[in-house]
Design a protein around this ligand. Structure first.
Ligand SMILES: Cc1ncc(COP(=O)(O)O)c(C=O)c1O
Length: 451
């Protein structure tokens, strides 16, 4: 049996059938991929696009609302929404208009525009932290958070929770293997593990043990872990304990809301009333136009403030980039937050997320499977265990990657684009009841074949 309790041989047989159909149905994608191999490693503009899926890459022609269209003319109800970076849906009119206007006026000045003040103010209102800075991606927002935290505390180490993902910078790409920290991938310095600490999510004792050495600058975590292992929800009291122990040990705390921002304006920070020194956002905040941002308290921002007229050559904190905070991203973020990511839009995506979770539960129960359905506002998904996991190690026990891969390719062949393996399907603000119906019908079809 696989971790899901289903027969691995049956899963493998269906996967073979669906993989063959996937390739057969997409001759133009196949051709483009072959041409791509001559000029790009793995045949794609970012080699990870090949390694993150086990089926061949799909080449896209266009997208609109909640739908993706590939170059072979297939349309998909999109529940991956570019790993949540298109939570606004594709091409919302207000963003198209704002970006078109701004590109004509100049997409980049390396000087601020008024929109940046509006966007920083709106983020401050949503997330409750007063001061904001901008990058082009959440990865670089987290990189800058760490630098500011180091400058502000005089400490070097950073702590993450097992199962995390916060981007592809060195400090975060370490994991626990057989009780030891090791670099997660090739191309990282061997001593990358010396500045990083990793403890299990929901384990306040382990956290306290590490932080009591008082050498960690900042703890970075999502309020609920959404990556790699499906959502891990915090135990009651976890966030209160986290804030208390970070304060007591002089450690800063950063919430990464890059994914969890989809649960409503202000993300889980606002929903759960969380207090921190930093909040990071990115992805859908500017409707897929590149933009990352981080908010901070006045205390930590002090290391960035430069008094007027200062002309000494004291080193500055290493932040900034030529294209960061550019006027195009700012215009897109202003339009997205003022007209697309509204309270009503979040409520709509949550209603559909609940419908999706209800439908998945019904199919699972009718098949007699003891699985857990996630209820994560607009997002759902499955753990193949009777109760939700509390740590990454628990989640991995019955993760069943082959079944998850089969589900992806099976859905793709039926016009549904599922989340990347390890995440769960998310209803964007542009999703419809028909999209949810399509997901549930294709899911029920697969379970019917498997059970
Ligand atoms: C929680 C979280 N933080 C940061 C990132 C990095 O985002 P980006 O790849 O846009 O820099 C991701 C990406 O999946 C994420 O899930």
């Amino acid at each position: 049996m696989g971790g899901s309790g289903l027969d691995p041989a049956r899963v493998a047989a269906l996967k073979e059938r669906e993989d063959a159909a996937f390739v057969e149905m997409r001759p133009r994608s196949r051709e483009l991929w072959a041409s791509g191999q001559a000029v790009m490693p793995n045949g794609v503009p970012m080699s990870w696009l090949r390694t993150s899926y086990d089926h061949p890459p799909l080449f896209i022609e266009s997208a609109g609302g909640s739908r993706l269209r590939d170059v072979d003319g297939h349309e998909y109800a999109d529940f991956n929404i570019a790993d949540m970076s298109m939570f606004t849906g594709y091409g919302p009119a207000a963003v198209v208009e704002a970006v078109s206007r701004q590109v004509g006026l100049g997409s980049q000045y390396l000087l601020p525009t008024e929109d940046s003040i509006w966007v920083a103010g709106e983020l401050a209102r949503r997330y409750g932290l007063p001061l904001w800075q901008f990058t082009l991606a959440a990865t670089s927002a987290n990189t800058e958070v760490i630098r500011i935290a180091r400058a502000s505390t005089g400490r070097e180490k950073v702590l993450f929770f097992d199962g995390k993902y916060h981007g592809h910078f060195d400090d975060v790409l370490v994991e626990i293997e057989d009780g030891h920290l090791v670099p997660e991938e090739d191309g990282l310095p061997h001593d990358v593990t010396t500045r990083t600490r990793v403890v299990p999510f929901n384990d306040l004792e382990a956290l306290e043990r590490v932080l009591s050495a008082r050498d960690v600058a900042v703890v970075i975590t999502e309020p609920a872990l959404t990556n790699n292992v499906g959502p891990l929800m915090p135990d009651d009291g976890f966030h209160e304990g986290l804030r208390e122990v970070t304060r007591r040990t002089g450690t800063l705390l950063a919430y990464d809301e890059t994914h969890t921002q989809v649960v409503g304006p202000g993300g889980l920070t606002r929903r759960w009333g969380l207090a921190s020194d930093f909040v990071t956002v990115g992805k859908s905040i500017a409707a897929g136009i590149p933009l990352g941002a981080y908010g901070m308290t006045e205390e930590v921002a002090a290391v960035l403030q430069r008094p007027d007229g200062r002309d000494d050559d004291k080193p500055q904190v290493a932040v900034g980039g030529t294209l960061f905070g550019n006027p195009l991203s700012m215009a897109a973020a202003r339009a997205a937050m003022s007209e697309v990511l509204t309270d009503d839009a979040y409520a709509h995506s949550q209603r559909l997320g609940s419908r999706l979770a209800d439908g998945l539960s019904q199919v699972v129960a009718a098949a007699g499977l003891e699985w857990t359905t996630h209820r994560f506002w607009p997002r759902s998904g499955l753990s193949f265990s009777p109760s939700p996991p509390r740590t990454a190690a628990e989640a991995m026990e019955d993760f069943d990657v082959p079944l998850r891969r089969l589900l992806r390719v099976h859905l793709a062949n039926r016009g549904v684009w599922d989340a990347i393996v390890g995440a769960g399907p998310t209803c964007s603000v542009a999703a419809t009841d028909e999209d949810v119906d399509a997901y549930l019908a294709a899911f029920a079809d697969l379970i019917g074949e498997l059970v």
